[in-house]
Design a protein around this ligand. Structure first.
Ligand SMILES: Nc1ncnc2c1ncn2[C@@H]1O[C@H](COP(=O)(O)OP(=O)(O)OP(=O)(O)O)[C@@H](O)[C@H]1O
Ligand SMILES: [Mg+2]
Length: 241
């Protein structure tokens, strides 16, 4: 379980995350929605221990991220925004490196590496330096490293960004398949994706939660039945208030 209590992040005088609280349980796929600059990535960086909160509490599977960060990080896979990786490495070398970092060994290690290469269709580019890969393939390498140790908690910042339509579909299926016994948190600007994969949607505006419902409940708010219209209404209202 992830438990977040009154999370705040300030950058100098600017408050990027302004008192966010929520809990997520195994089996849930939580979608983070919100306009550019709302605080989605900043929140994800704090959950995964890459950015220290100004105040507030985060616990992942019973481990406090600001206390026992190593134990918390062991439970998580994280796909950051963009596709950071070591550009000079090939996907094969990068996945070996991540397997070392994650302490995988023996046949389990071999099996996990082979599985993610197959799941993300990396075989064709497996020996090509990552910096020379196309945007979508870089993203797929990022996804592969995030799920390599088969974590209980997956935090993915715009996982389908830059993927072609077929890969978008496959990654959504992958997320749905993994979700049964895991906690998955994704951010996305593709609202149809929320309806397709998420069991719950949190809308963030100006660092605050302005909606926390199922995608169906959100859709039901609009006479048009379109999530885009609901999103626009909620976030614009918040912006003006
Ligand atoms: N290191 C930093 N220093 C100063 N301001 C920052 C820093 N990191 C983020 N911010 C600011 O915090 C706010 C939230 O940024 P964040 O990246 O979390 O937004 P986001 O919801 O992920 O947006 P997007 O949809 O564009 O990815 C923005 O105004 C951003 O400029
Ligand atoms: Mg972001």
């Amino acid at each position: 379980m992830i438990e977040i209590e009154n999370l705040v992040k300030k950058f100098g005088p600017f408050t990027a995350v302004d008192g966010i609280s929520f809990k997520v349980e195994a089996g849930q796929v939580l979608g983070f929605l919100g306009p550019n600059g709302a605080g989605k990535s900043t929140t994800m960086k704090m959950i995964t221990g890459f950015l220290a909160p100004t105040s507030g509490k985060i616990s992942v599977c019973g481990h406090a991220v600001n206390g026992d960060a190593r134990a918390a990080k062991r439970q998580m896979g994280y796909l950051p925004e963009g596709a950071p990786a070591y550009g000079e490495m090939t996907p094969a070398q990068f996945l070996q490196f991540i397997a070392d970092v994650r302490g995988l060994s023996g046949s389990h290690r071999t099996e996990r590496i082979a599985t993610v290469i197959e799941q993300l269709h990396l075989d064709r580019v497996i020996n090509q330096p990552i910096e020379t890969l196309s945007k979508g393939f870089k993203r797929r390498v990022g996804l592969a490293q995030a799920i390599l140790h088969d974590p209980k908690v997956l935090i993915m910042d715009e996982p389908t960004d830059g993927l072609d339509p077929n890969q978008k579909h496959e990654v959504r299926e992958l997320i749905k398949g993994m979700a049964q016994d895991k906690i998955v948190v994704i951010s996305t600007h593709i609202l149809s994706e929320v309806d397709a994969v998420c069991t719950r949607a949190i809308i963030i505006t100006n660092g605050r939660i302005v909606a926390d419902e199922t995608p169906q409940e959100l859709i039901a708010r609009s006479p048009s039945g379109k999530l885009d219209d609901v999103f626009r209404e909620i976030t614009l209202a918040e912006h003006l208030s």
